[in-house]
Design a protein around this ligand. Structure first.
Ligand code: AMP
Ligand code: MG
Length: 487
């Protein structure tokens, strides 16, 4: 049977009114079939207070930061002009178990149209219960929200696609978690979209092909408007973004921690910062999440998991590849098989840059692997090993000599190689103990100074002129470090 083609035209934002603070909210997602969303309001909180406002991000969205010191707004007690709040429905493979989900503690206010004409979701995280909350309270604690703020800002400064945090406000209410009562907070998340692999799985699980088609068209209009081909071409674009994103994570030692299919965005942005962290000592088996007992989401597994998730996306969108199921499966399998090559391409390009290699030689992968093996054996700090290389130090003596010879075989000068390395190897990442220190000061003592100091350092991760051991050294004992979802 021929599936009817939806034509979702992005609304024309030209005559959209702009509020004094710069709000210009549109609602293209809300035009998707009813099954994808539920309208509802945030639940007001007792005593909203601003904790942090991301002024540069506000300005880039066309908002006037001086008019945004508005705790009521960022806690969900009042709404920006033109908001049409809704919770999004989705599903997901959590670990390997398929579940129907949805925004259990998030509410989308609308899509901000920037002065450049770009479209960004504005979403409150922690605004109270929704029909998808199940047994949860729909709330969030201050620590995990500030954690998301810090890590997503660090990712952005590292040049890695990510959702951003516009603001964090406290609620004056207590949220109850395993470890007792914690201060409640709401984070305002900005994302190219919140469409997840799980959103497609949701449409597929309902057996609603028209909804599936509408979602695919909508997503393509938002993220790949230039594509003219069919679903295959769109799927390749999605895959390519993921391959590049995961390679970028690997290049800085980032571990997402919960790569469930509901935490993978079609936009190719890093999303849902829960038990994530940057690795100190290099070990591909590193896991931080307290509940990841089998290491499914370990550092070294991330490319394989991304491919697994994309296979779930392919399954969910099978009817869009071809009306004949057998042919559709063939096409989908052929595409999924290309993931490894795509990932390796981006990984190798980035690793060459980290070593200052401006040309390609066949043995480069072996040179890189041999350094990683040495790092693994000696438990070398991931970030600082590469930072040391930019200063001409590091690696075993044999490896170092091999690397020097390799550098001499390329026509580029040493200066050029060093410039490339400085751009590719951060001097500063969010060290786990510095993040914890900042969160503890903010959550327990209301002291935001450590967080702001940390954010300042993380805003310039490639500034190799600063020598700040306090922010660049790993903690003395980092073994067994665990992070929690904060749910
Ligand atoms: P996450 O592990 O954060 O990706 O969340 C998985 C699912 O659980 C999502 O549907 C969330 O909306 C939901 N969830 C997480 N925390 C809460 C909470 N405190 N209250 C209600 N739902 C929640
Ligand atoms: Mg999630």
């Amino acid at each position: 049977m021929e599936i009817p083609r939806y034509s979702i035209v992005m609304p024309d934002s030209a005559d959209l009114p702009t509020s004094p603070a710069g709000w210009r909210l549109e609602h293209s997602y809300a035009r998707l079939p009813q099954a994808f969303h539920v309208s509802l309001m945030p639940t007001p909180v007792r005593e909203p207070r601003m904790v942090v406002l991301n002024a540069p991000l506000a300005e880039s969205l066309g908002l006037d930061a001086s008019l945004l010191n508005d705790a009521a707004l960022f806690a969900g007690n009042s709404l920006p002009p033109g908001a049409e709040p809704l919770a999004q429905a989705y599903a997901g493979h959590q670990y390997v178990h398929f579940t129907m989900l949805g925004d259990g503690r998030a509410i989308l206010l609308g899509e901000q149209i920037t002065p450049q004409g770009d479209r960004f979701d504005i979403q409150l995280k922690g605004p109270g219960p929704t029909p998808f909350s199940r047994r949860g309270d729909g709330r969030a604690a201050l620590g995990p929200m500030l954690r998301e703020h810090i890590i997503s800002e660090a990712m952005h400064a590292l040049g890695i696609p990510t959702t951003r945090s516009l603001a964090v406000a406290t609620t004056g209410e207590t949220v109850w978690r395993q470890d007792g009562g914690l201060p409640g907070a709401v984070l305002t998340r900005v994302a190219a979209s919140h469409i997840r692999v799980g959103t497609f799985e949701y449409a597929a699980a309902r057996g609603d092909k028209e909804a599936l088609r509408a979602l695919a068209d909508h997503t393509r209009q938002r993220h790949d408007p230039e594509l003219e081909g069919g679903h295959t071409e769109f799927f390749e674009a999605v895959m390519e973004r993921q391959a590049r994103l995961i390679a970028q994570w690997m290049h800085v030692g980032f571990i997402h921690g919960v790569m469930n299919t509901d935490n993978m965005a079609l936009s190719g942005e890093t999303i849902d910062y829960g038990p994530c962290a940057f690795m100190d000592a290099y070990d591909p088996a590193t896991v931080f999440s307290s509940i990841d007992r089998h290491g499914r989401y370990a550092y070294g597994n991330q490319p394989r998991i991304a491919q697994w998730n994309l296979a779930r996306l392919a399954e969910a969108t099978l009817p869009l590849f071809h009306e004949d199921e057998k042919k559709a499966v063939e096409i989908a399998n052929g595409l999924i098989e290309t993931f490894e090559g795509r990932f390796k391409h981006h990984w190798l390009a980035g690793m060459r840059a980290k070593l200052g290699l401006c040309t390609d030689e066949d043995d480069d992968a072996a040179l890189i692997e041999s350094l990683l093996d040495w790092m693994n054996e000696t438990k070398a700090d991931f970030t600082n090993t590469f930072r040391d290389l930019t200063r001409g130090l590091g690696g075993s003596p044999e490896w170092h000599a091999r690397w020097r010879e390799r550098l001499q075989r390329q026509p580029q000068s040493t200066d050029e190689a060093v410039t490339l390395m400085r751009r590719s190897n951060p001097a500063f990442i969010p060290r786990n103990h510095k993040v914890e220190e900042a969160l503890a000061a903010a959550s327990h003592h209301g002291d935001l100074n450590p967080m702001h100091r940390l954010l300042t350092v993380l805003a310039s991760p490639f500034d190799h002129t600063q020598d700040s051991p306090e922010f660049s050294q790993p903690a003395d004992n980092t073994e067994g470090y665990q992070t929690f979802c904060g749910t």
